[in-house]
Design a binder for this molecule. Structure first.
Ligand code: SF4
Ligand code: SF4
Length: 449
């Protein structure tokens, strides 16, 4: 018998432990004595019935070879699926913004002036030609059919929905619809009302709007050019989007300074917006200080602990979905669903391309405007630095030395590249997360207390 390495044991009480399996996605509450027999490798002491269950849930295998085979077949399956994942694109029509959020990372790159071309739509036509070439190359390389309605395009900025750019954005969205691609928009919501006719009539898939807390906090952080808060306009525009049944994700950026205000925000949301199947509020932990430095950044585990305390005191805060690391495995366990594993951290390590209006191409949306993330251009014909593109695509748990042997590899994928590059490291470095503590805090809190 062989015990899988990809497990964690989290003590629950005097009799039981929570056993987690990062190879199968299983989680089980088990008698401490059995756990001890397993960890001591005294498999003969475990009853036949329990042994079969443990084998079935991939905690133990008949021998080391069968475990290696299982792992290999999982890797092969994931490689097959990830290679065939269709390309997705982000379009940056401007780096300008109508807000001056105090933490905005894009300001760091001093991205500069607007349109560079005599014909203001020239870059758009070139951009869509390049998207077509990238899709065709993908189809040829992988020998698969891709329908245009499988292709996703995200509009982001700067702020993509500036009213002064409405003609340009209408031109872009009409192109998207003519090609039959799907699209969504990441916006600050400030001038969203001016775009609602366009978004509804072209069936936008969803929009994402950000708030930073209740009015008193949001208005300190997300201010307009004149230093005025943007809260009321943003919330009222979200309401208008929901009135048109536009699926709206409300992202709440959190850090040390606004965490305590989540109950007030939840209260205001319930009052002004309410619950709807089209409305998905979620919290997002800011992990880099941007222009405001790192002074308010809180580490993930401390944030989770604090949040759980807040939720206990103010259950209304549970209206916010969570997006912490390993969240999908935790949600799958709680909902009895099969877990989805991965070899690569995120879309940036697959077929994701971000094209800005200046003609540059990037892989990760956190690196737009930053030359360290640039992998090509399209203004004078599509030019991709294949070596760089492949470095992103080949960055996975099979190529990162430390990840190869890590028990969390199939839920992690090697960590966020953006943070690695920004801290001056090469792509082939891993970025670890304290998964055990996250499971201990989040899962144990949800299911076992
Ligand atoms: S590398 Fe990090 S920041 Fe960039 S897309 Fe992936 S997860 Fe996001
Ligand atoms: S990045 Fe760290 S935690 Fe993630 S798989 Fe690699 S070694 Fe494990």
């Amino acid at each position: 018998m062989y015990l899988a390495d990809e497990i964690d044991v989290i003590p629950l009480n005097e009799q039981e432990d929570l056993l987690l399996n990062y190879l199968s996605g299983a989680a089980d509450i088990i008698d401490k004595n059995i756990v001890k027999q397993l960890l001591d490798k005294k498999f003969d002491d475990v009853s036949q019935e329990i042994t079969e269950q443990l084998k079935d849930r991939k905690y133990i295998f008949d021998n080391k070879e069968s475990k290696i085979l299982f792992e290999k077949s999982l890797k092969d399956k994931l490689e097959f699926l990830e290679r065939r994942q269709v390309p997705n694109f982000l379009i940056i029509p401007t780096y300008n913004c109508n807000l001056r959020c105090i933490y905005c990372y894009e300001q760091k790159y001093k991205i500069g002036k607007e349109n560079l071309y005599e014909d203001k739509y020239e870059w758009v036509d070139k951009l869509f030609e390049s998207i077509n070439i990238l899709i065709e190359n993908f189809k040829l390389e992988n020998k698969i059919k891709v329908d245009n309605n499988e292709i996703y395009i995200t509009l982001m900025g700067g702020e993509p929905l500036l009213y002064k750019n409405i003609e340009l954005i209408t031109y872009i969205i009409n192109k998207i619809k003519n090609y039959n691609y799907k699209y969504n928009v990441i916006t600050n919501g400030f001038e969203l009302d001016k775009y609602l006719d366009l978004l509804s009539s072209t069936n936008v898939d969803c929009i994402q709007v950000t708030v930073d807390g209740p009015k008193e906090i949001h208005d300190l952080r997300r201010i307009d050019k004149n230093g005025q808060g943007s809260y009321e306009k943003t919330i009222s525009n979200i309401k208008k989007a929901l009135d048109r049944n536009i699926k709206t994700y409300l992202r709440v950026n959190i850090d040390e300074s606004n965490l305590d205000y989540l109950p007030n925000l939840a209260q205001e949301i319930m009052e002004y917006i309410g619950i709807s199947k089209y409305f998905i509020p979620y919290i997002y932990l800011l992990q880099d200080g941007g222009c405001s430095g790192d002074k308010n950044i809180i580490d993930e585990v401390s944030c989770i602990k604090k949040l759980i305390g807040i939720e206990k005191e103010y259950p209304i805060v549970k209206i916010f979905n969570k997006r912490f690391h390993a969240q999908s495995m935790i949600d799958n366990i709680l909902n009895g669903k099969e877990n989805e594993f991965k070899l690569r951290n995120c879309s940036a390590c697959k077929e994701q391309y971000i094209l800005d209006y200046k003609g540059y191409i990037y892989k990760c949306w956190f690196g737009i405007g930053n030359k360290n993330f640039n992998i090509g251009s399209y203004i004078n014909g599509l030019k991709i630095n294949t070596k760089l593109d492949l470095m992103w695509k080949n960055r996975n748990i099979n190529t990162l030395e430390k990840c190869k042997e890590c028990k969390y590899k199939f839920i992690c994928g090697g960590g966020c590249v953006s943070h690695i590059i920004q801290s001056g490291n090469e792509l082939n470095k891993e970025r670890c997360v304290d998964y055990k503590s996250i499971f201990k805090e989040l899962l144990v809190n949800e299911c076992c207390q």
